[in-house]
Design a protein around this ligand. Structure first.
Ligand code: SER
Length: 328
C-alpha cells in the first residue's frame, strides 16, 4: 500500500466488535495512529474484550446519539459495519430491516450534515436467483430474495443517492464470505468456511450445513481489510462506481476447502447435514463474481490463494486457541 494520506478528522468504526471490525480497527490504527480511530459497538464489554481494544457504546439506530457522537469526536470518516447477517436476518426480518437500513440511513444523514465520508459493506447477498451466477458482472440484475439482500441493494442505492444528491463521499464493496480467526462471524450463510477451521483444529471433524458442491466466493480477512482501506483512499476521479464494487479472491466449495485442510490435518473428516434455509440462500448467490472494475479503477488485487489462506488460517487459529485454552 502507498503511504497513508494525512488525516485531520478521526475515523469512526461502527459495529467494531464484529468479525470485520475486530481486524479493521487495529489495521486502521496502525495506519493512521491510535488517536485517529474510534471503535464503537452497541455491545458493551467490560474490558478490552477478545478484540484487544476498548470500544465506546453507540447505538446507530438512534440518530440523536449518533449525531452527538460524531459532533463530539469531530468524526471525518465512518466505516459503518453494523448489520445482521443473512441467516439471522431471515429469522428476524423486521429487526434486520430496522437495524440494517435504520442505522445506514442515520449514518448517511449525519454524514451529510457533518461532511463525513462513509464506507458501506455490501455483499454477494445483494444478488439473487435471476443474477448470472458465474463471473457475475459489476452491473447486472439485482433482485435478491432474502431480507439481508434487500437491505444490501437498498443500502447500495441509498449510498449512491446521498453521493449524487448531497455530495456525500460514500463508497462500498460487495464482499464475498470472509474467513478470519480473530472474531467469529454470526448468523451468516458463508460462516461454514470459518466454523470448519475451529472444528478441524479442535475435533478433526466438521458437520457442514451447506452441500459439498455449493460454490461461493470467499476472501481471507487481510485481503478484505486492505480492500476497504484502498477503496477509501482511492482517487475519487477514478471511481466509475461507488456502491458497490465487486471484489473476490477465490471461488470454492465446502469439499474443496475440506480437501485443502486435509493436506495439513490428514485425519480431518467432513460430513454434510444440509440446512435448507442456508442452502437456499447460498443457491441464490453468485458462484463467482467478476471484480475487473475494482481491478481497473483502483488497482484491487487479492493476495491470498486458497492454499495460502488455509495454511495461514490453521497456523494462526491453532495459536489463538492454544493461548485461549491456557488462559482459562
Ligand atoms: N457473509 C455474509 C452472510 O453469509 C454474506 O455477506 O450472510
Amino acid at each position: 500500500m502507498a503511504a497513508p494520506p494525512a488525516r485531520s478528522r478521526p475515523i469512526l468504526v461502527t459495529g467494531a466488535l464484529g468479525q470485520i471490525g475486530s481486524e479493521l480497527v487495529p489495521a486502521l490504527r496502525s495506519r493512521y495512529g491510535n488517536d485517529q480511530v474510534i471503535a464503537s459497538d452497541v455491545r458493551v464489554e467490560p474490558f478490552a474484550g477478545p478484540t484487544g481494544f476498548p470500544s465506546e457504546h453507540l447505538d446507530c439506530t438512534d440518530i440523536s446519539q449518533l449525531q452527538d457522537f460524531v459532533w463530539r469526536h469531530d468524526v471525518g470518516t465512518i466505516y459503518h459495519l453494523v448489520a445482521l447477517l443473512s441467516a439471522t436476518a431471515e429469522a428476524k426480518p423486521q429487526v434486520a430491516w430496522s437495524v440494517n437500513m435504520g442505522s445506514l440511513y442515520n449514518v448517511l444523514e449525519v454524514a451529510r450534515r457533518c461532511r463525513c465520508s462513509v464506507f458501506f459493506p455490501s455483499s454477494i447477498g445483494a444478488f439473487g436467483p435471476t443474477t448470472p451466477r458465474d463471473r457475475t458482472p459489476q452491473v447486472t440484475i439485482q433482485r435478491p430474495t432474502t431480507i439481508y439482500g434487500v437491505t444490501k441493494v437498498a443500502g447500495e442505492l441509498l449510498c449512491d443517492y446521498y453521493a449524487h444528491r448531497f455530495g456525500v463521499d460514500a463508497r462500498g464493496l460487495r464482499l464475498p464470505g470472509l474467513i478470519s480467526y480473530v472474531a467469529p462471524p454470526g448468523g451468516g450463510t458463508t460462516d461454514y468456511a470459518v466454523d470448519i477451521f475451529y472444528q478441524a483444529i479442535r475435533y478433526r471433524h466438521y458437520v457442514c450445513f451447506l452441500a459439498a458442491d455449493t460454490r461461493l466466493d470467499m476472501m481471507y480477512m487481510p485481503d478484505a481489510i486492505r480492500a476497504m482501506i484502498e477503496l477509501m483512499e482511492a482517487d475519487p476521479g477514478r471511481l466509475r462506481f461507488r456502491n458497490a464494487y465487486n471484489v473476490t479472491a477465490m471461488s470454492i466449495t465446502p469439499a474443496e476447502l475440506a480437501a485443502e485442510i486435509r493436506k495439513h490435518i490428514p485425519d480431518f473428516v467432513i460430513e454434510y447435514r444440509v440446512d435448507p434455509v442456508r442452502q437456499a440462500i447460498a443457491e441464490s448467490w453468485p458462484r463467482s463474481m467478476d471484480d475487473s472494475a475494482a481491478r481497473e479503477d483502483w488497482g484491487w488485487r487479492p493476495k491470498y490463494t486458497l492454499s495460502e489462506m488455509v495454511e495461514d488460517m490453521l497456523a494462526r487459529l491453532t495459536e489463538r486457541l492454544k493461548s485461549a485454552d491456557t488462559s482459562e
